[in-house]
Design a protein around this ligand. Structure first.
Ligand code: SF4
Ligand code: SF4
Length: 286
């Protein structure tokens, strides 16, 4: 546990500035993510140095296909998330902190870098859950990584606040941003979030010259209409038609066990729409 940097005091509460929720947190309470807690007027990161997963992953698994291809990323994550997606593959870790469950094993930024170098990795990936919520731990690790010649990668739902971008942006080399839908109501109903901050993050990352790739999990009946896919592809192309778009297949998961897997024909349709506007469209989970 460590005191957070990204927050401010507001009357007798604290306002977290790490993500676009900007939670106003009373004493002895946490924000939506469950990992940032107000103790007597100071905000603390409960998962600082407490990771729940660490793996040596191929960079293509992140997925990043156009950044350091053929290399490995030392991948770490903690419990907690600022979203509650009904299809979350990692719900056992992403939603745990909302029930007050904070777990994981202790590790320092120095130990992560040492392990990554020993394994021959070329980068550190902050992944599995949402890194914006444990960003102070990301920053301490990313600074050391950079000194040792390792790249830093965020695998994110894109809900970072503007303040968070200013805080971490210069240390980040690549991002894969989940672009879940072009509908605000889908973000609200299924993720407990909204669309605009995600669009803002994609633009900010591009303006900062961070390498970005986007991922969309195509879920039958939720985001698979021609119209929505067209809107998403157009939006990306207006920023940069060279941004790779990963279109991924849905399988029943978490609260969506009754929904069918995405038909291959739907993925092919999405790929065709994407290729009208974008140079790189990749199918995943097929
Ligand atoms: S990271 Fe986001 S969800 Fe968590 S406390 Fe801060 S503003 Fe709230
Ligand atoms: S943003 Fe990712 S980790 Fe968080 S709930 Fe959604 S799918 Fe799970």
């Amino acid at each position: 546990m460590k005191e957070c940097t990204l927050y401010k005091k507001e009357n007798n509460k604290v306002r977290c500035l790490a993500c676009a929720h900007k939670c106003l947190i009373s004493d002895n309470k946490t924000g939506i993510c469950g990992v940032r807690k107000n103790f007597k007027g100071k905000l603390y990161l409960l998962v600082y140095g407490k990771i729940v997963a660490e793996n040596i992953d191929s960079i293509e698994k992140k997925p990043l296909y156009h950044f350091l291809p053929g290399t490995y990323a030392y991948s770490i994550g903690t419990v907690g998330c600022n979203f509650r997606c009904s299809w979350c593959q990692n719900f056992d870790i992403s939603q745990a902190s909302k029930q007050g469950k904070i777990f994981g094993h202790d590790i320092s930024p120095e130990q992560i870098i040492e392990k990554a170098l020993k394994a021959g990795c070329k980068s550190i990936a902050y992944t599995y859950n949402e890194p914006a919520i444990f960003i102070e731990f990301v920053k301490d690790t990313a600074e050391l990584a950079r000194k040792k010649g390792l790249k830093n990668i965020l695998i994110t739902n894109g809900y970072l606040s503007k303040e968070n971008f200013e805080y971490i942006g210069d240390l980040i080399d690549a991002m894969n941003i989940d672009f879940k839908s072009f509908s605000d109501s889908v973000y609200k109903k299924y993720c407990g979030a909204s669309l605009k901050p995600v669009l803002d993050s994609i633009k900010r990352a591009h303006e900062k010259d961070i390498h970005i790739e986007l991922t969309t999990l195509i879920i039958p009946g939720i985001n698979d209409s021609d119209e929505e896919l067209e809107q998403m592809a157009k939006f990306i192309s207006k920023i940069d038609k060279n941004i790779p778009w990963h279109i991924s297949r849905f399988f029943p998961m978490y609260k969506m066990l009754n929904r069918s897997p995405t038909q291959i024909s739907t993925l092919k349709k999405a790929e065709k729409i994407g290729k009208k506007y974008l140079k790189y469209v990749h199918l995943g989970n097929v």
